[in-house]
Write a protein that binds this ligand. Structure first.
Ligand code: ZN
Length: 385
């Protein structure tokens, strides 16, 4: 079983380690250029990081003519991060190295409706099992993080007024996990994690809106290359009022929220009411792919409503791309109706060169996002070497 240790990193060492871990630098010269530190100062700190077992130097880096530079990377034995992405009925769990490369990823069924204590204790037990089975001996655990399918207060790590998560309102998730693990803990909204993980797959796009269309509906916002949290609820579009002919009261008590029409949960219950039984959002996608007309009509309507909400946001924020992830993202009519609404209604200057596309980072995007934010938390929490 792996031990638990804080990272032995201080001052500028942390910034250099982060540049190597995120793949932005692999040589001393690149570190000097990106950090603004003098070459001698970079060399000294790199030697310290190598001495502490956090960086290794190997082979030849990318040749740019002349002498081949040696290549720096994070040592595979520098530490592990245990990360999860909790969904309504299943969780994705992973062990990553400090550069975010997964050692193992597993999807396991779970039920967040059982409440926070049971769910989080199950998650901790799953991490323990995975560490035992896959954690290399002697490599310490450096942090634990999870995505939550609801709003999270970034200051306290509490869940605030989530939908379909009975017992979770105001529960101190970070404190509960912190009692299990005397380590840096990250608790973040799932769409925010998705946005951070996805951003690495969009180099050159500094402003992104990343929609998560699953059981719920959420959005993470990247501004100038960084996650924009606002006061915690930035990007939460689930309770924006939409224009419809009917009227449905949302779980929040207000009429006609986007979530009441366009979330996977809403689509599943609308189809079940029409006699087509649905158990998870993936069943909605399967029905669309099978050409079930009721499913296609509802998904197309969901895309139109999401697109209408996004038109306001696209005009306001002018992102480089809108990326759609989550289990509904593979339903083609969803993306095409979002595209139609945004291109029809947005300002030409806002939609010129705007990409609207499905996720590039794949099913582990949220775990990669968790790893990236957790490394930041571990560096902040580092003990002086
Ligand atoms: Zn609502």
């Amino acid at each position: 079983m792996s031990g638990k240790e804080r990272l032995p990193v201080r001052g500028a060492q942390g910034d250099l380690l982060r540049l190597v871990a995120t793949g932005r630098a692999e040589s001393r010269a690149e570190l000097a250029r990106l950090s603004g530190l003098a070459a001698s100062s970079v060399s000294l700190r790199v030697e310290e990081l190598i001495g502490a077992g956090l960086l290794v130097e190997e082979g030849a880096g990318t040749s740019r003519g002349g002498r081949r530079p040696r290549r720096l990377r994070v040592s595979p034995t520098a530490g592990l991060l245990a990360v999860a992405d909790l969904g309504a009925h299943h969780a994705r769990l992973g062990l990553l190295d400090l550069s975010g490369t997964p050692l193992v990823v597993e999807e396991r069924p779970c039920d967040i409706a059982l409440g926070p204590e049971e769910t989080l204790d199950w998650m901790a037990a799953s991490f323990d099992e995975m560490l035992l089975a896959h954690g290399p001996p002697g490599v310490p655990l450096r942090g634990v993080g999870t995505g939550i399918p609801g709003p999270v207060d970034p200051a306290s790590g509490r869940v605030v007024s989530p939908s379909r998560m009975p017992g979770w309102n105001n529960f101190p998730v970070a404190e509960h996990l912190g009692a299990h693990y005397d380590l840096p803990v990250l608790v973040e909204n799932d769409a925010n994690l998705l946005a951070v993980g996805e951003a690495r797959a969009w180099p050159g796009c500094d402003n992104l809106m990343v929609l998560k269309a699953g059981s719920g509906i959420g959005c993470g916002v990247i501004v100038d290359g960084r996650l924009h949290r606002g006061r915690g609820a930035a990007g939460d579009i689930s309770h924006v009022r939409v224009r419809t002919d009917s009227s449905v009261v949302c779980s929040c008590g207000h009429p006609d929220c986007l979530e009441a029409y366009a979330s996977g949960a809403a689509l599943m219950s609308a189809l079940t009411e029409q006699g087509i039984v649905m158990r998870r959002p993936a069943d909605v996608v399967a029905a669309v792919n099978d050409g079930v007309p009721e499913a296609t009509a509802l998904v197309r309507n969901a895309g139109r409503l999401i697109g209408e909400v996004l038109t306001v946001l696209v005009n306001f924020l002018n992102p480089d791309a809108i990326v759609v992830g989550g289990s509904l993202s593979t339903a083609e009519p969803l993306i095409s109706s979002i595209r139609a609404a945004v291109y029809e209604r947005c300002l030409p200057l806002a939609t010129r060169d705007l990409e609207i596309s499905v996720t590039r980072a794949g099913p582990d995007a949220a775990l990669l996002g968790a790893g990236s934010l957790l490394l930041d938390a571990a560096l902040l929490d580092a003990v002086p070497a």
